[in-house]
Design a protein around this ligand. Structure first.
Ligand SMILES: Nc1nc2c(ncn2[C@@H]2O[C@H](COP(=O)(O)OP(=O)(O)OP(=O)(O)O)[C@@H](O)[C@H]2O)c(=O)[nH]1
Ligand SMILES: [Mg+2]
Ligand SMILES: [Zn+2]
Length: 353
């Protein structure tokens, strides 16, 4: 970060965060925002502050209590250590793909989510629905951004397919390399607002950030080398300032979006199916062959896409499975923590005797 911050509101500070602070919490401390997450630390910025600090976890053992990009911290101005993590307005997380059923925090305090996909083989309704469920669960406004409009003869077909995934969904289609084309995205990028870009590797997230900020500062790449982490160009997560105002958060491409704790988000995205299911004759209807099934009737009448029903089933089942696994692990971790405490207590007792 090289731009000095003079005004917290510019960084996204608002009454929601301010109301969390008693006057004494402000003594020798100031709010800072996590601007970037690196492997060995956090880059934080506030009024007159711009520095690297070590990673911070508010409650040991609680994965959700780790500071992530977009978070607000109260930084002690004597020790330059965070005193606390402020409550978040929104949080994006997913089950991490490689580390079993652990959570990965993607970003906090996001106002708008640009779900980026391109007008080519990356376009995948099931993947978009996953991101939409994440956005809905976090109460963040989703916008689908379709890139590479220049590579197709029929961008409107992609737009139509995307718009069907959620009633009222906003879909923009752009050539991410072209400043005139991406102007349609600027209404979301205004003072104090934070927009995160998510999507698969290679869809043009970093390209969009470069074009919108008017500076080619993030590396983008055409030909990707496969490594065990997938084909990623961007590896860290960071906030970038737009020339007028507002912040863009670039994230590394995700191969798998594992859903946990997003029951409400899934119900929101598939509200058309959920409403229909509520009118089936039997409360426990599985929408397979039951008489009086409103879901099957809607499919027969051409009002519901049978593929969408399949995707809903798959997502809902996966979510339940992953959420149960996480709950199990939390119970296990808690039991393990108790056991360790007990052992330490006994050891101290023995040492004393
Ligand atoms: N023709 C065309 N190429 C694009 C467009 N957007 C991005 N590209 C190209 O696609 C390639 C990948 O873009 P990146 O911006 O690196 O993709 P990314 O989403 O940041 O990828 P990761 O960092 O790996 O997640 C680059 O070569 C871009 O120039 C577009 O709208 N049209
Ligand atoms: Mg990138
Ligand atoms: Zn039914």
């Amino acid at each position: 970060m090289t731009i000095p911050i003079f005004d917290l509101a510019d960084l996204g500070w608002n009454a929601f965060f301010d109301s969390q602070l008693e006057p004494e919490a402000r003594t020798n401390a100031c709010p800072v925002r996590v601007m970037a997450v690196h492997r060995d630390g956090l880059n934080v910025a506030g009024v007159g502050v711009d520095r690297m600090i070590p990673p911070f976890t508010a409650t040991a053992g609680d994965e959700e209590a780790s500071a992530t990009v977009g978070d607000w911290l109260m930084l002690d101005l004597v020790t330059f250590r965070p005193r606390r993590l402020l409550q978040r307005k929104s949080l994006f997380k997913r089950g991490a793909a490689r580390t079993g059923h652990r959570l990965q925090l993607i970003a906090a305090n996001i106002d708008t989510l640009f779900i980026v996909s391109s007008c080519n083989q990356d376009f995948n309704p099931a993947r978009l629905e996953r991101y939409l469920a994440l956005a809905r669960e976090a109460d963040v406004n989703p916008v689908v951004v379709l890139t590479k409009s220049d590579l197709t003869d029929a961008p409107e077909e992609f737009v139509r397919a995307a718009a069907k995934l959620l009633p009222g969904l906003l879909v923009e289609v752009v050539d991410a390399r072209n400043p005139a084309s991406v102007v349609c995205l600027t209404p979301w990028c205004v003072r104090g607002q934070t927009v995160a870009l998510v999507g698969s590797s290679g869809v043009g997230k970093s390209t969009l950030v470069n074009t919108l900020t008017g500076v080619d500062r993030i590396a983008t790449q055409d030909i990707r080398e496969d490594d065990d982490k997938g084909r990623h160009t961007t590896s860290g997560r960071a906030l970038y300032r737009l020339p007028a105002s507002g912040w863009l958060l670039d994230t590394p491409g995700m191969r798998a979006v594992r859903l946990t704790d997003v029951k409400k988000g899934i119900e929101d995205v598939f509200s058309d199916v959920v409403v229909l299911a509520g009118t089936c004759r039997f409360a426990n209807c599985r929408h397979e062959a039951e008489p009086g099934c409103a879901v099957l009737a809607a499919i027969d009448a051409g009002k519901l896409d049978s593929e969408r029903l399949k995707r809903w089933r798959k997502l809902a089942a996966e979510e339940t499975h992953n959420t149960e696994n996480i709950a199990d692990r939390r119970v296990r971790d808690r039991a393990f923590g108790k056991m360790i405490k007990g052992v330490m207590r006994d050891k101290r007792r023995q040492d004393r005797n």
